[in-house]
Design a protein around this ligand. Structure first.
Ligand code: SF4
Ligand code: SF4
Length: 147
């Protein structure tokens, strides 16, 4: 009797589920979807790599390559928060399903190496002459063993 009542009620009430993929749920306001980068703004400082808790970001500062593994990323948003150039973004759309595992890489322009400090001008180094050189320590000769 209870079951019949339940079936009849369900027949005449609205479905509790959606007919996905024909009916999709609205995306929540603060959802964290796919991570993306504006590679032209990146300075390859490695802050995102060092702070990523999933260790899925790799930054090659010499080659100017930023890469990450989307299947390891947990979309925590830490990299976005620590990036000094604000070039990382987490969109509201989820990344499309992948058929195989792969690393996503972006090629940017590596930073120019810092110029080395100027070498001292010739003649500016002072080497002590034999007359003025003072010993800075003493050497004690050891007694020969067994005598
Ligand atoms: S923290 Fe930002 S600027 Fe630094 S390497 Fe990562 S993406 Fe590039
Ligand atoms: S969102 Fe989180 S897990 Fe994903 S790359 Fe950034 S720091 Fe790593």
């Amino acid at each position: 009797m209870y079951m019949t009542k339940n079936v009849l009620r369900n027949l005449f009430t609205r479905s509790a589920t959606r007919l996905y993929p024909f009916v999709k749920r609205d995306i929540f306001e603060n959802v964290r979807g796919a991570l993306d980068i504006e590679i032209d703004k990146c300075i390859f400082c490695k802050a995102c790599q060092l702070r990523c808790p999933a260790r899925c970001i790799s930054v090659d500062s010499k080659a100017g390559i930023w890469s990450f593994d989307p299947m390891v990323c947990v979309a925590c948003g830490v990299c976005v928060a620590v990036c000094p150039k604000k070039c990382l973004h987490i969109g509201k759309q989820y990344r499309a399903p992948l058929l195989s595992r792969g690393i996503i890489s972006h090629q940017g322009t590596p930073r120019a190496p810092k110029p080395k400090p100027d070498a001292p001008a010739a003649g500016s180094l002072q080497t002590p002459s034999a007359d003025t050189a003072q010993p800075t320590g003493s050497i004690q000769e050891a007694e020969p063993a067994g005598n």
